[in-house]
Design a protein around this ligand. Sequence first.
Ligand SMILES: NC(=O)C1=CN([C@@H]2O[C@H](COP(=O)(O)OP(=O)(O)OC[C@H]3O[C@@H](n4cnc5c(N)ncnc54)[C@H](OP(=O)(O)O)[C@@H]3O)[C@@H](O)[C@H]2O)C=CC1
Ligand SMILES: O=C(O)[C@@H]1CCC=N1
Length: 281
Amino acid sequence: MTNIKFGTIGGGVMGEALLSRLIAQKVYLPREILVSEPGVKRREFLTEKYGIGTTASNLEVAAATEVLFLAIKPQVFDTVALELAVAADRKQGNNGETANSQPEALVVSILAGVPLSKLEPAFPGRGVLRVMPNTPATVGAGMSAIAPGKLVQPADLELVKRIFQAVGEVVEVPESMLDAVTGLSGSGPGYVAILIEALTDGGVCAGLPRAIASQLALQTVFGTAKLLQETGMHPAELKDRVTSPGGTTIAGIAKLESNGFRSALIEAVKAAYLRSQELGK
Ligand SMILES: NC(=O)C1=CN([C@@H]2O[C@H](COP(=O)(O)OP(=O)(O)OC[C@H]3O[C@@H](n4cnc5c(N)ncnc54)[C@H](OP(=O)(O)O)[C@@H]3O)[C@@H](O)[C@H]2O)C=CC1
Ligand SMILES: O=C(O)[C@@H]1CCC=N1
């Protein structure tokens, strides 16, 4: 009997973000985690850092685990699905069992774009969920949106919600919203990181040492998000409160507006949403 509860195909950035937090939160023991990765150096790194099992074989993970996570790039999905299907056919020919994983194993895909209409046929008869998490999951401040497929039972959905609640907030959405979710919260940490970097550069430009500018930028973004989250205040109200008549903030905001700051962010989310749609084709 296997004791693998969290098997992941692809142990890159997001796979590691999830498993590191799930181990830290004691949702899974390291020995309950198995990750397949093509790179030997990457496998050694993951095993040494987290004490988890690693393998070069996707089939080994798929056959061993209770919950199968897909954390490969969308562009690799067809290859991996074919690999699992060929192995399943071969095993079915041999002894009539389903080979591409434990028969009841749930499949959780975090792939951008790839729709349930492609995922479900790759795992016939099995519950498949799509989840779009984000990298702040690493520190328990993630945002994950879950869209369950047709065969997912209520208890399975609860299980997957509990897993992602251990790495941050969770919202359930219809699959039709997942590309938009990807454009906003999936890709969002990239936009916010650039915002923080640019604010820091602005501070340096105005004469601050970089270390101090960096601390100010980071805490200002963090504090503003915390203030809005804890009070429920509308962002426009906070902006109005900071903006003294004829003062500094409105001078800064006027520059942001004349440089298209808002529309740049709106366009960024829209471009990422459209790219997510493309990746699913
Ligand atoms: N990064 C993020 O912020 C988020 C990513 N996602 C989704 O997560 C998925 C993974 O993204 P991310 O972690 O950033 O990407 P990474 O490239 O960091 O991770 C993917 C991993 O899969 C490995 N891999 C490549 N081919 C195979 C294969 N045939 N079998 C098994 N493993 C393979 C890669 O190895 P190698 O590098 O050697 O090719 C790599 O380590 C994507 O589908 C993405 O859409 C979702 C939400 C947020
Ligand atoms: O850039 C990407 O495609 C992935 C999906 C969301 C965040 N990173």
